[in-house]
Design a protein around this ligand. Structure first.
Ligand SMILES: O=P(O)(O)OC[C@H]1O[C@H](OP(=O)(O)OP(=O)(O)O)[C@H](O)[C@@H]1O
Length: 213
């Protein structure tokens, strides 16, 4: 079993990046006053996701994969990434037969990562044995969630593991991240399925810097 790492560099959002003014974009009125700025507009996330899909195809084309979506934060990225892999598969001679499964991990309370990390559902991942696994996560912050998940998945002896994520913090450098969209400053971000105590999951699909903390 091996872990594919460092397939491509990420787009770097510098610490000094002030973000786009909220006035330039639409967002739900019930979040007025809670948000600071738009860090990454939706279109940019989509364009980057398309490229990640191509990188994954280049690495895994013709090998069937099991996509393991990390809920809840990973659901939007997983849906978008799988869509793009499917589109590439439909339009080329190289295809990836895919199966999609979900696993839920929960660690954050307010803006703090807690020691109390739970894996909910799909505890028996024996269907991963001998398979090529693509773990799809929204964000890697402290890395605790991913380390816990990797240990859990590795116990089922898959053939290969790749980790795709929308973003990781500039301060974290983990060798197991193979396809990451963006390196971002260590700020609390919401939107694109990321929450703050379950709020903001209904936000538009860009990423916003959260103002309330
Ligand atoms: O690298 P870490 O510091 O461990 O943090 C990353 C994790 O935190 C968030 O999940 P959360 O625990 O908030 O659960 P959720 O996805 O259900 O919102 C996020 O979706 C990642 O899974």
């Amino acid at each position: 079993m091996f872990l594919l790492t460092s397939a491509s560099p990420a787009v770097t959002i510098e610490d000094s990046w002030p973000g786009y003014s909220l006035d330039l974009f639409s967002y739900p009125a019930h979040y007025a006053g809670d948000l600071d700025c738009v860090i990454i507009p939706h279109g940019v996330i989509m364009d980057r996701t398309e490229r990640l899909a191509r990188n994954i195809m280049d690495d895994l084309g013709n090998h069937d994969i099991v996509v393991l979506c990390v809920l809840k934060g990973g659901y939007q990225f997983s849906a978008d990434l799988v869509d793009r892999i499917k589109a590439l598969s439909c339009n080329s001679n190289r295809t990836i037969p895919m199966r999609v499964h979900f696993i839920r991990l929960k660690s954050y309370l307010n803006d703090q990562s807690t020691e109390d990390l739970h894996i909910v559902g799909a505890e028996d991942l024996s269907f991963l044995t001998g398979k090529n696994v693509l773990i799809v996560e929204a964000i890697v912050g402290t890395g605790k969630t991913m380390k816990t998940l990797l240990k859990h998945v590795q116990a089922f002896k898959p053939n290969m593991i790749k980790v795709a994520g929308v973003a990781f913090f500039l301060i974290t450098h983990f060798s197991y991240l193979s396809d990451v969209g963006f390196e971002i400053p260590n700020r609390f971000v919401v939107g694109y399925a990321l929450d703050y105590n379950e709020y903001f999951r209904d936000l538009n699909v860009s990423w916003y810097k959260c103002f309330i903390i």
